[in-house]
Design a protein around this ligand. Structure first.
Ligand code: GFB
Length: 307
């Protein structure tokens, strides 16, 4: 990408897309094609074709997706499958039709089999059954990876895929029914502290292990790979370390300064027991995260609740 290349970030208002936009602007890029969900429904094939015809982007970051935590994934199962399949199929296909020079598709660590060995190596894709709570989302994301691979194989497109671990940071979703665990717990502990509530409800048993990456690190990794990586194989993006949900809750409790108790609601699902990325491939290319979890939580808490 050159500084004046026309770049389209699908989903530039979301947590991931907005972080990529901020990162590219900081790097000096200034020629962007913008779409937002009010003017352009990415599920609409004709509308997406017209957008590409008009804007003719040279580079595409495909960060638009219907996303959510375990509750949303497990409730809006049809929407997670339909919306994501439509969005990514339309954008990837039109990128091919309009001769986009390079496209990056963003997937998710939930593409791996529920019981895959840990840490999750890229080679473990499609070696076992998926975690039921997010199977529709995972199936859509796996289809996106395959589209990039097969458009490369049949048409010679330079389309790459990256698989981020669980993300957090600016522009996250704090709706308690739909959000991921980290923003949900930040909000719950903050409100419990304000209201002097004696305990905070944590879903599940607290034993599942998760890896968390600050979205600014993700954006930096995406930029690095867009500039330096053009192979068929998709790449994991993570930190390579994980914590239990109980440890995460204790860390957030401490950052917020809440003094009450944790109450585990075991009627809520745990999801995958562990989802730790093997980041060997990414590290060997020369990229590593910079924001550690505790620091990232402190920053996120300050930005969202203390300003
Ligand atoms: O972040 P989360 O919703 O997504 O949940 P997943 C992670 C773990 O935190 C689960 C527990 O074991 C939850 O039961 N948890 C504890 C909570 N308290 C809460 C809470 O208040 N809210 C939430 N949401 N969880 C999603 C997938 O899986 O991760 C998606 O469904 C996607 O497909 C995304 O891959 C990154 O890590 O379980």
């Amino acid at each position: 990408m050159n500084k004046d290349s026309k770049i389209y970030i699908a989903g530039h208002r979301g947590m991931v897309g907005s972080a990529i936009l901020r990162h590219l602007q900081k790097e000096g890029f200034n020629n962007f094609a913008y779409s937002n969900s009010k003017d352009l429904d990415l599920r609409d094939q004709t509308a997406v074709a017209n957008f590409f015809e008009k804007e003719k982007p040279a580079y595409v970051f495909l960060a638009a997706a219907k996303v959510g935590g375990i509750g949303a994934n497990n409730t809006y199962r049809a929407e997670f499958l339909y919306d994501n399949l439509m969005i990514q199929s339309n954008v990837i296909h039109q990128a091919y039709v309009h001769g986009v020079e390079k496209l990056m598709f963003l997937g998710s660590s939930c593409i791996y089999p529920k019981m895959a060995p840990q840490p999750l190596k890229e080679d473990y894709l499609l070696t076992g059954s998926l975690e039921p709570t997010n199977e529709p989302y995972a199936v859509a994301k796996i289809s996106g990876i395959k589209m990039c691979e097969e458009y490369r194989f049949q048409y010679g497109c330079n389309f790459i895929s990256v698989m981020p671990t669980n993300l957090y940071g600016p522009n996250d979703n704090y709706d308690l029914k739909k959000s991921h665990v980290l923003p949900a717990l930040l909000r719950k502990f903050h409100e419990a502290k304000q209201n002097n509530t004696p305990s905070v409800e944590v879903w599940g048993t607290g034993s599942p292990l998760r890896e968390f990456l600050h979205v600014e690190d993700l954006a930096a990794a995406c930029y690095f790979l867009m500039q330096n990586y053009s192979e068929k194989e998709f790449i994991n993006i993570g930190t390579g370390t994980d914590v239990s949900i109980k440890e995460l809750a204790m860390m957030i409790k401490e950052v917020v300064g809440y003094e009450g108790e944790l109450q585990f609601d075991t009627s809520k699902p745990d999801g995958t027991p562990r989802k730790l990325m093997d980041v060997g491939r990414l590290h060997s290319l020369g990229w590593k995260h910079t924001i550690e979890l505790k620091e990232g939580i402190e920053r996120t808490y300050k930005e969202k609740f203390l300003n």
